[in-house]
Design a binder for this molecule. Structure first.
Ligand SMILES: N[C@@H](CCC(=O)N[C@@H](CS)C(=O)NCC(=O)O)C(=O)O
Length: 253
């Protein structure tokens, strides 16, 4: 078996899902940060323009959910899918809920205002882990880049305005789903907990994140943190990171 290779953006929460799954299963893997030229490369590899992409046994897998599914098949232990059929269905439904109802909304709520009010801060965050020329390039073409980003990620005044409410609704959902064990499904950490926590990472910024956000944080992010930090599920995200994020299984190429 060849070493899996993850094409990723360090800042991205969907990419964090894939990194966490690889680390959780202690699968040695190579990580490659793609830069502003990611789009043709991603299209060529998977026929879609998004990261993460995992190269696994000669195949390129796009989409974090499909990556976790493939990893679960290839390395079932330690598991991310509950063994019980009904519990597995619930965990996958929660994964889908956070992917669709939280991930995009959180991006709109944080990146949308940053692109409008703090171009340098937005570029610093979005180019995290990329060579300095990526930031220079984005600054040079900023109006075009901003229009492209808004288009690609459906960032409109409406999606920005709805963002905080959707983040709060997702925190409420975590509280509602939490079992006596503290996990979202059954008695153990699963794909549901991983997804909820990873997708909230750009808001909560837990210390276990493997890529440090630029300092100071964009002011819109600090405002959202102030507004939501008292929610019990906000602390739950930090707790999942503290207890389960573990160490990186990245290896050198
Ligand atoms: N549903 C996808 C979403 C992935 C996604 O939205 N990735 C973003 C980064 S957060 C991306 O690659 N955006 C670039 C683009 O769409 O052009 C997944 O789970 O992998």
């Amino acid at each position: 078996m060849t070493t899996p290779v993850l094409w990723h953006f360090p800042i991205s929460h969907y990419n964090e899902k894939a990194r966490w799954a690889l680390d959780w299963k202690r699968i040695p893997h190579v990580r490659k940060v793609l830069g502003p030229d990611y789009l043709p490369r991603a299209w060529w590899a998977t026929g879609r323009g998004t990261l993460p992409i995992l190269w696994l046994d000669g195949q390129a897998i796009g989409d974090s959910t499909r990556i976790i599914e493939a990893l679960e098949r290839r390395s079932p232990v330690p598991p991310l899918y509950p063994r019980d059929e009904a519990a597995r269905r619930r965990a996958l439904a929660l994964e889908d809920f956070f992917d669709e109802e939280l991930g995009h909304a959180l991006r709109a709520a944080i990146v949308g205002p940053a692109l409008a009010d703090d171009p340098d801060g937005a570029i610093a965050v979005l180019t995290l882990g990329m060579p300095p020329r990526a930031g220079r390039m984005m600054r040079a073409i900023f109006p075009a880049f901003r229009a492209f980003y808004r288009y690609r990620h459906h960032i409109t005044p409406e999606t920005v305005a709805a963002g905080r409410g959707k983040m709060r609704a997702a925190l409420d959902r975590i509280e509602a789903e939490r079992q006596p064990s503290g996990y979202l499904v059954g008695d153990a950490f699963s794909v549901a907990d991983l997804t909820a926590a990873a997708l909230f990472a750009p808001l909560v910024v837990p210390p276990e994140l493997q890529y440090r956000l630029p300092d100071p944080l964009p002011s819109v992010l600090v405002e959202h943190q102030r507004a939501l930090a008292d929610h019990p599920a906000y602390r739950w995200v930090a707790d999942m990171y503290r207890r389960h994020r573990g160490v990186s299984a990245e290896v050198s190429p």
